[in-house]
Design a protein around this ligand. Structure first.
Ligand code: ADP
Ligand code: MG
Ligand code: ZN
Length: 606
């Protein structure tokens, strides 16, 4: 890396080290003390034959030295420092004084002068290495010369990654295509005054390929790729994080067009004011510096800052403002097709037996991320190698699947066909109601890919246009949608699972709010029995109630009526669209995730 300004901790260390060496050197070799006996007095004493005796003590590095003399007539002792002990000795002898000359001990010179210096040098080097190791342990590639500077790693394209290496993720790649274009040819965009986002935030579960995507963009555009991990920033000395950010951007500006990739940005960009203990201030400074830098460079300066996180929920809203990370791309867990593609990419250098069917493996691995699949194939290869085979066969993959599937936290990853089918109908039930009911929806995505947070699937409506008012009609529709999953299960399987518990909780909460907070029921009337946020937490018992047992009973009755009513209406709708329910579930089982257009098409084909 090139020289840069900013804090240079190496220089500080060096200075402190030098001072230490000097202190110790001078304590071992004290400076001459003030001596009133001058050269002139010495010559006078010599001429007058006043010197009774002399004692010469040469310095370690001859010929300088100390001469101690006794003078007549009062036996006064004086000390004289001389530049050449040999000349002094001759002078004394020529005047009849035979001085006592001390021997110079050469080993002594090493022990008292070189050794301490050496010890101190070693201590300093040791301190250096220690601090470097601490830095390196958190993921950076620190070197002595770069101490305190940005430890961003510059990928020099040892193994260039391009979009070809990223399987699946078609929409994500499409979204990022224009950024590649911009990096390749910024002129084209600036000429027409187009604004290109400065910051792109990739969000998704660990192992879904965020880092891979960022690298692929740099590879596609053939520009430098600076990467640093948020956790690298949070370390050691206060002020280092901020100075690293500064250096990182200084370097990036020089190399533009380029990509700056901040992995695990949640480590620095957590909501401010939520930190506990020591690292807090440091993190805040680092985040502030990052924001300053992002605001600092021009709109089309040729630097694209990409960041990755799997904790969107804890990010400081400040980083999401326009001109910062205003482009967000969700990197989803792959669907069946995506999983098959990923398996093909990673099977490239692994000889497979005839009986290995990657499409079937893709079928059984719903919820696996790209990293999980890569790991699965790797485990299979290890199992094959252990059996002294030169190729992977189906049984190796089955064994590996058990091994990775039963690994501690991934217990629930491998889902049976039956479970998958139930989930498909459940989600289809929600989706149909979103579509049919006017005050909710429309459906944006329906998915039966496990989320990794415990949900077997999800149905997502388009983001709300207007959240100001919840009308009574809309609240009723929300309740119906929430019940839709369980209703579909009941219709198709004539049995119900425990999978709908959070749906039921949601429906109940909405109904309760209607009755106690918004005065939307006919029997209770326009009265608020809301214990200010406490009623709906689900542990009513622990709170002092503002209403009597009688009212309480009426509320429960009212809530039950609303839910029962919604249940019947919702069931009628789903029954009416039972053909869609089947088609939707089948399509979900085939593709695992369907979008708005595909879903809406299900209502037309008749
Ligand atoms: P993240 O940054 O989202 O945690 P990575 O990009 O580090 O995930 O992915 C980890 C590994 O998983 C990659 O090195 C690659 O081997 C594999 N992988 C993940 N997603 C894909 C994909 N879409 N195509 C090919 N390999 C993938
Ligand atoms: Mg990563
Ligand atoms: Zn549900």
């Amino acid at each position: 890396m090139k020289k840069q300004k900013g804090f240079n901790y190496g220089a500080y260390f060096g200075l402190i080290g030098l001072l230490l060496v000097a202190c110790i050197y001078f304590s071992l070799n004290p400076l001459p003390t003030y001596n009133p006996f001058s050269q002139k007095q010495y010559y006078e004493a010599l001429e007058n034959n006043n010197i009774v005796s002399a004692h010469i003590e040469p310095n370690k590095i001859a010929p300088t030295g100390k001469v101690t003399m006794i003078l007549a007539p009062d036996n006064r002792q004086v000390v004289l420092y001389v530049t050449d002990v040999r000349v002094t000795e001759e002078q004394l002898v020529s005047h009849g004084v035979y001085p006592e000359v001390m021997e110079v001990e050469s080993e002594n010179w090493f022990l008292t002068s070189i050794l301490p210096t050496l010890v101190i040098a070693i201590v300093i080097v040791f301190l250096f290495v220690m601090s470097q190791n601490r830095a390196a342990a958190s993921g950076g590639a620190g070197r002595l010369a770069d101490f305190g500077k940005s430890r961003a790693k510059l990928d020099k394209g040892e193994k260039k990654i391009t979009f070809k290496d990223v399987a699946g993720l078609h929409e994500e790649k499409e979204d990022l295509e224009e950024i590649v274009e911009f990096l390749k040819n910024p002129q084209k965009f600036t000429d027409v005054g187009a604004r290109i986002p400065k910051g792109v935030l990739l969000e998704g579960a660990p192992g879904t390929g965020k880092t891979l995507l960022a690298k692929a963009i740099a590879g596609e555009a053939n520009v430098p790729f600076f990467s640093i991990s948020g956790s690298d920033f949070v370390e050691m000395y206060v002020g280092v994080g901020a100075s690293r950010v500064r250096d990182l951007f200084a370097e990036a500006t020089k190399q533009a067009p380029c990509i700056v990739f901040i992995d695990e940005i949640d480590a620095v960009a957590r909501k401010r004011g939520t930190g506990l203990g020591g690292g807090h201030d440091e993190r805040e400074q680092t985040l502030n510096q990052l924001l300053v830098e992002m605001d600092g460079f021009g709109e089309n300066a040729g630097i694209i800052v990409m960041a990755a996180t799997n904790r969107m929920d804890i990010l400081d809203p400040a980083i999401l403002r326009p001109g910062r990370f205003d482009r967000r791309i969700a990197v989803d867990r792959p669907d069946v097709g995506g999983r098959e593609d990923i398996l093909r990419v990673h099977a490239k250098n692994k000889p497979l037996a005839e009986d290995v069917k990657l499409d079937e493996i893709a079928q059984t691995t719903a919820g696996f991320t790209g990293a999980d699949l890569e790991n699965l194939l790797n485990e299979s290869a290890i199992i094959a190698a252990k059996s002294e085979r030169k190729f992977i066969q189906d049984s190796d993959i089955k064994k590996a699947l058990i091994k990775v599937g039963i690994g501690a936290e991934k217990k629930s990853r491998i889902i049976s066909d039956k479970e998958k089918k139930i989930t498909a109908y459940h989600e289809a039930g929600h989706a149909i109601l979103y579509h049919v009911l006017e005050d909710v929806g429309p459906v944006y995505t329906v998915s039966i890919i496990p989320t990794g947070r415990g949900a077997a699937g999800y149905t997502m409506p388009l983001p709300e246009r207007d959240d100001m008012f919840m009308t009574k009609g809309r609240m009723l529709h929300e309740i119906m949608v929430a019940l839709g999953g369980r209703i579909a299960e009941e219709i198709i399987f004539d049995d119900i699972t425990t999978g709908a518990s959070s749906d039921i909780k949601k429906a109940t909460n909405v109904a309760k709010q209607m009755v106690t907070r918004y005065g939307m029921s006919k029997n209770i009337g326009v009265v608020s029995y809301d214990d200010e946020d406490e009623v709906f937490i689900g542990n009513e018992l622990g709170h002092v109630k503002s209403h009597s047992e009688r009212v309480s009973g009426e509320i429960d009755q009212e809530v039950k009526e609303i839910i029962d009513d919604c249940y019947e209406k919702a069931k009628a709708i789903i029954k009416k669209h039972e053909d869609v329910l089947h088609r939707c579930a089948e399509l979900l089982l085939e593709k695992e995730r369907i979008g708005q257009t595909e879903f809406e098409a299900l209502f037309v084909q008749n």
